[in-house]
Design a protein around this ligand. Structure first.
Ligand code: EPU
Length: 418
């Protein structure tokens, strides 16, 4: 297994470009199942999660052509001839649950294991199963997962809690259901309206995506289409915090600052000097003071940026509370920051108190999940001495060739093959 070896203390300079959003590309790949025609995706992030999802499509009989250099993937879903999803891939990918709706809608059945993925909380699938049942599917539980079958009919579904992939899954399933579906208490993340826009271009009838109520008028079939993946707002925020952590002036390019409203306002409140353009953010060396946060569904402070923000607060002046309201396992990585010298006290699984500023020292650590993993990389970049990070598959799941991109702006980071 590869590891990252990082020597801390370097100032960064220059520009870093943001790639296509993982959490948008994954949904378009799943949506491709709804049609018999080809789907072309550009600005496609070449990362473990998207590549494994393409493999999952191929394992069902779809044809895929990936042009890694130009970041284009073309899916031909016309030959899909299986409805049970590959156990190994499903166990690796939480987002494989997104295949259930389109498979059910197009083929009337799907069988899969309980999906795996990031260990950041319980991550059940009850909202999905309840939603599919409301749309008319029958559920049979198997030893390791479940089987869904039946012809889908429009229904009204109220999500008991806001769920991003739950909203997307029901929206996709309803596209081919008979009649009208109304989804209430929907997630509003930017990846949802762009998914709806793509599906509408292919012939679906969806309105309201990006608000809390979405209406879908079922159609008999949809065609193929082309989709350009939007910039990754989580990569954007991570790079901005990296600039602030290292006290560097860097330009984070090809992003949509508008998608990070809450994060930018908190960073500015903490004293961050940012120059914000239409598609870039420039960080300036800034003296930071501590500001507490509560993570929240969009447009609130996104949970995926809680780990790097927690690290940032170890370098800010004063105490603050980080309240992770979405996932109950997403603060445990702070133990590793504490071993590096951070002053962090866990109140309960959802809250830690951080008291900065504290110098950090290099350590040998293991990346527990994707967003905590990249945070440990950033911690290594500001720590005194050498940091080694194992289990970097977790970082590769979401950040493409991260070491090469960080080296280009001045970081001392190497991938070492064991
Ligand atoms: N939940 C349930 N039952 C369900 C579904 C969700 O109880 O059936 C709970 C979850 O346990 C959680 C809450 O509802 O407490 C909200 O979770 P949500 O369903 O919104 O999360 P998700 O759709 O599984 C997506 C992203 C995550 C991101 C969250 C929150 C994708 C593929 N994943 O997950 O991204 O953290 O929304 O914004 O879009 C990441 O990229 O690192 C990542 C984890």
């Amino acid at each position: 297994m590869d590891e990252f070896v990082i020597k801390g203390g370097n100032k960064l300079s220059g520009s870093i470009s943001v790639n296509g959003a993982k959490n948008s590309a994954l949904k378009i790949l799943a949506a491709s199942i709804l049609s018999k025609e080809k789907c072309k995706i550009t600005n496609f992030p070449i990362i473990e999660d998207t590549l494994r999802t393409v493999e999952l499509l191929e394992s069902l009989g779809a044809k895929a052509v990936i042009d890694k250099e130009n970041k284009i993937v073309e899916i031909d879903p016309s030959q899909i001839n299986k409805t049970d999803l590959d156990t190994n891939l499903v166990r690796r990918l939480r987002s494989s649950i997104l295949f259930a709706g389109p498979m059910l809608a197009r083929f009337g059945e799907v069988q899969m294991d309980h999906p795996g993925g990031c260990i950041i909380g319980k991550r059940p699938v009850d909202f999905f199963l309840d939603g599919f049942e409301k749309l008319g599917a029958k559920i049979k539980f198997t030893e390791e997962g479940f089987k869904l079958h039946g012809k889908l009919k429009g229904a009204t579904i109220f999500f008991p809690q806001i769920t991003v992939t739950g909203t997307e899954a029901m929206m996709m399933a309803a596209v081919l259901a008979e009649g009208k579906t109304i989804l209430q208490n929907c997630a509003m993340e930017p990846e949802i309206p762009v998914l709806a826009e793509y599906l509408n271009k292919c012939g679906a009838k969806i309105s309201g995506a990006g608000t809390s109520t979405i209406e879908i008028e079922g159609v008999k079939e949809i065609g193929g289409g082309e989709f350009k993946v939007i910039p990754d707002r989580i990569e954007t925020g991570t790079f901005v915090m990296m600039g602030l952590l290292t006290g560097s002036e860097i330009k984070v390019e090809n992003c949509i600052p508008e998608h990070l409203g809450a994060v930018i306002s908190i960073l500015e409140k903490a004293g961050a000097k940012l120059e914000i353009g239409p598609d870039y953010i420039i960080t300036k060396p800034s003296k930071l003071k501590a500001v507490s946060i509560v993570t929240h569904e969009y447009p609130g402070f996104v949970t995926d940026l809680q780990p790097p923000y927690t690290l940032l607060m170890t370098q800010a002046d004063g105490p603050c509370i980080i309240h992770e309201s979405i996932f109950e396992g997403r603060l445990f990585f702070t133990d590793q920051l504490a071993t590096m010298g951070a002053e962090i006290i866990m109140c309960d699984p959802h809250r830690v108190v951080v008291h900065g500023p504290t110098p950090l020292h290099g350590k040998k650590m293991t990346s527990p999940d994707l967003r905590a993993g990249i945070t440990l990389v950033l911690a290594g970049m500001i720590a005194e001495g050498t940091t080694r990070i194992e289990n970097i598959y977790q970082v590769d799941r979401g950040y493409e060739k991260i070491e090469e991109r960080l080296q280009k702006i001045g970081a001392d980071i190497k991938r070492v093959k064991e």
